[in-house]
Design a protein around this ligand. Structure first.
Ligand SMILES: [Cu+2]
Length: 350
């Protein structure tokens, strides 16, 4: 190739690379990391992306240049010159990718190993998933329970995961990692939050009708604030710490309301007393009428609807959609829910 052609090719390549890189970097592709593990994962992501942009720019530039420069002239019907291979080029396009892929492999292995290293004394948090709610337990704080994931900043945490029913998947976008939860298997996930803030816990495995509502918050707190939250109301007991803030045991009668939200009932049902306006299931403010139509006493009807939803299916609503809470809730929890529903309904009667 003539010297002039090579200069043209390089210029063309640089312009194409600049345009491509600007386009690639302009949008905020990834959320700002909130754990050390996420920071490392982002590094791998951008490392691989930069290599891809580089290779793509070379290939695209040579291709575009060749298409423009060596276009057939209108009156030219001759064959091109016969060319048989090019040892130098072949060595280059074998050696360069080998080096790059090996580099990606080494960087990934280092990041995986570092992300898995939980250190000597990680905080254990038990994560429980069920249709359609998350809950969290803190064994080192008297099994304190919360439906919000609260974590201390800059401390190694190991999440021990359990699914009570179907496959779910734990994901906080700012934490980058994802972990599937399958019934009967208890995977763990190591994280070290390093940015105080409130993030969203998302279920990313389609797990039923309420899947899109299966969300809660992850709150990364300063260590002192976390310690005082974790120690408050320590010691266990029914209903203790089930509230969002988990500060104190909810007063009696409120337990039903807390469960109603925690278990995701509000995602599918309308109920004024809980500020819920779901429409997948029947409007629970009209339970009295429904019970009458079914020819059952209100309390018995509510109880049965929770523990055996398919025994009586309300007309116009799908069967098999409401989760079978008889399997996942304790008798006390079902009782609290039923009392709460009955009280909310009775309050509306004149
Ligand atoms: Cu789920």
């Amino acid at each position: 190739m003539r010297r002039g052609s090579i200069v043209q090719l390089v210029l063309f390549g640089l312009i194409a690379a600049a345009a491509g890189t600007t386009l690639a970097l302009a949008p905020a592709w990834l959320p700002e990391p909130a754990t050390r593990e996420a920071g490392r994962i982002h590094f791998v992501f951008w490392f691989v992306t930069a290599i891809c942009v580089f290779i793509f720019a070379i290939v695209a530039a040579v291709l575009a240049y060749a298409v423009v420069k060596f276009r057939r002239q209108p009156d030219d019907d001759t064959d091109g010159p016969p060319i048989h291979g090019h040892t130098g080029l072949e060595i280059a396009w074998t050696a360069v990718p080998t080096v790059l892929v090996t580099a990606i492999g080494i960087v990934s292995a280092i990041v995986l190993a570092k992300d898995d290293a939980a250190g000597a004394n990680p905080l254990r948090v038990d994560v429980t998933a069920q249709q359609f709610a998350w809950s969290f337990g803190y064994p080192s704080y008297g099994n304190k329970r919360s439906d919000i994931l609260r974590l201390p900043v800059n401390r190694s945490v190991v999440l021990h995961m359990t699914s009570k029913d179907v496959a779910h998947s734990f994901w906080v976008p700012e934490f980058s990692q994802k972990q599937d939860l399958l019934p009967g298997i208890h995977p763990t996930l190591h994280i070290t939050p390093d940015r105080v803030g409130t993030y969203t816990v998302v279920c990313t495995e389609l797990c039923g009708l309420g899947h899109a509502l299966m969300r809660t918050q992850a709150i990364v707190m300063p260590q002192k604030a976390f310690a005082s939250w974790a120690k408050s109301g320590r010691g266990g007991g029914a209903g203790q710490g089930t509230q969002g803030g988990g500060n104190a045991a909810p007063p009696t009668g409120q337990e039903g309301l807390v469960l109603f939200r925690q278990q995701g009932c509000n995602g599918c049902h309308t109920l004024e007393a809980a500020g819920a306006n779901g429409t997948t299931g029947p409007d629970l403010d009209r339970l009295a009428t429904y019970a009458q139509t079914a020819g059952k006493p209100l309390n018995g009807f509510i109880h049965q609807s929770i523990v055996a939803p398919n025994a009586y299916v309300e007309k116009g609503y799908p069967k098999g959609v409401m989760p079978d809470f008889g399997k996942t809730l304790t008798t006390a929890q079902v009782g609290a829910l039923a009392d709460f529903l009955a009280a909310s309904v009775n309050k509306k009667q004149p």
